[in-house]
Design a binder for this molecule. Structure first.
Ligand code: SF4
Length: 475
């Protein structure tokens, strides 16, 4: 008689980044902040936690929705809880992002030393499998939608393999209903995360989306997305977040989808390109379907920087007009800039300031170029000898919120760059401007105000940490 196998317990782990919207902290430790700053820091962090900017990890939601007889899955979001070492796990899956890889490896090593099997997956594993292999029993390479079912089936029959690799991108046209049953709803700003497709036709050299998800846009069936929105709405009436990198990348698809969502009367956030300002019919559909705010990647208003980094889809002359049209349609805008690109000079900060004032951007996000290992820009900076950490130690390229320089800018000496970046963020973020921006936002006024207040705090951490890094390196 065949032995009866007990249910296998799988837990999927999401790790917090070093700092950012899920928890602002100094990279150099609280002890080094002065007592007043430290008090402000801790108080703000607790307010931020209560404001619940955090959203659930969609990739783990998707994987935890895969059902296989004899396997039970749960999610551990380490932004809110410690890993439950006291329970017995048959398999622990850790999502590894470049920038947080060191923490992921530490946890994996700890678990494996206790005899627990670990599977690693995610962007970092797909790009750097060999660096992950010493820390894992199983690696999942590529988009895991189909692989995960195969892996869980093998786990149930105790025939798990060391590698699961996708030969092609999953067909998103097949129905794959996402479940939220593994989530604790009250932890998050919203649990209504929807992805309509993957892939990006552009090739910005600082981004790896086109490398990880391909250059062709793959879309889910509109019927599947509409029914998912209706189903999610029954369990959580809060805002929806469409996580696609560019929700307007396929305007015909987007128009049909959001026309069909109008009767559901939702409110939603998303990410779009500024081209939306010229897509008049789509812009109206977005506004009519409850779009409250969009994040747009402006990256650079310097023509030389856009072409140096292959970000050619924005033409500077059209940007102001596009942003104005979107705001006039009643949609608030988060504009994301990168300062420190190869065409930037010490005049760039004042150009950004003028641009922010001219467009009345509701939340200006000013990032420093972050050379992520695996991107074209990382390789180029390595060849040019401009990386500040050992390029072979890819885990040292950690994620932070403008709190650490990872490279030397091309046209600006490092100390002058840090000084000018700090002056720019000091000028843009203060309590008065946060309140004014919140009150003037076309929609989502309180979210805009809270984000600006939060950024006032995060950028003060950025200035503190950059100065510390400079002092440490003798700059
Ligand atoms: S930055 Fe945006 S537009 Fe550029 S490649 Fe990445 S996802 Fe595509």
């Amino acid at each position: 008689m065949a032995a009866i196998r007990r249910t296998k317990k799988v837990i999927l782990v999401f790790l917090p980044s070093e700092s950012g919207v899920d928890g602002a902290r100094s990279l150099y430790g609280e002890k080094e902040l002065n007592p007043f700053f430290s008090w402000c820091n801790q108080s703000l962090r607790s307010i931020i936690k209560k404001s619940q900017f955090a959203i659930p990890p969609l990739s783990l939601m998707i994987l935890s929705s895969v059902e296989v007889p004899g396997v039970e899955q749960s999610i551990c979001d380490m932004r809110f809880e410690e890993f439950p070492f006291d329970k017995q796990w048959d398999l622990v899956g850790i999502s590894v992002q470049t920038g947080m890889a060191k923490k992921a490896f530490e946890l994996a090593d700890q678990l494996r030393s206790r005899g627990v099997s670990v599977v690693l997956g995610g962007a970092h594993v797909t790009l750097f499998p060999e660096s992950c292999r010493p820390h894992a029993d199983v690696l999942v390479l590529g988009e895991a939608d189909d692989l995960w079912k195969e892996l869980l089936t093998d786990l149930a029959s105790e025939t798990i393999k060391p590698d699961y690799q996708a030969e092609s991108f999953p067909d998103l046209g097949l129905p794959r209903p996402v479940s939220k049953s593994a989530l604790i709803k009250s932890r998050y700003f919203t649990t209504n995360l929807i992805q309509t497709g993957r892939g990006c036709q552009y090739s910005c050299d600082f981004c790896n989306v086109h490398l990880l998800n391909g250059r062709a846009l793959r879309r889910r069936a509109i019927d599947d997305v509409v029914s998912e929105v209706a189903r999610f709405q029954q369990h959580d009436r809060r805002i929806f977040f469409f996580v696609d990198d560019s929700i307007n990348a396929d305007p015909l698809y987007a128009r049909e989808l959001f026309e069909r969502l109008i009767p559901l009367n939702i409110r939603w956030f998303g990410q779009a390109t500024t081209t939306l300002g010229q897509q008049h019919a789509l812009l109206k559909t977005f506004a009519d379907s409850g779009c409250q705010a969009l994040l747009v990647g402006i990256e650079s208003i310097e023509a030389k920087s856009r072409s140096a980094h292959k970000k050619n889809q924005n033409r500077a002359g059209e940007l102001v007009k596009a942003i104005t049209s979107i705001r006039e349609a009643g949609i608030s805008l988060y504009g994301s800039f990168i300062y420190g690109l190869d065409g930037d000079t010490l005049d760039t900060p004042s150009a950004i300031l003028d641009f922010v004032h001219a467009t009345k951007l509701d939340v200006p996000g000013i990032n420093i170029l972050r050379p992520t290992p695996g991107t074209q820009v990382f390789e180029r900076l390595r060849e040019e000898g401009r990386l500040l950490f050992d390029p072979l130690d890819i885990t040292s390229y950690r994620y932070s919120f403008g709190q650490e320089m990872l490279y030397t800018p091309k046209n600006i000496p490092l100390d002058a760059f840090i000084e000018s970046y700090s002056a720019l963020t000091r000028e843009l973020f203060n309590v008065k401007d946060a309140v004014v921006r919140g009150l003037s936002a076309p929609r989502a006024k309180s979210a805009v105000m809270l984000f600006n207040l939060f950024y006032t705090h995060l950028y003060s951490l950025s200035r503190h940490d950059l100065q510390h890094q400079q002092e440490k390196s003798g700059g």
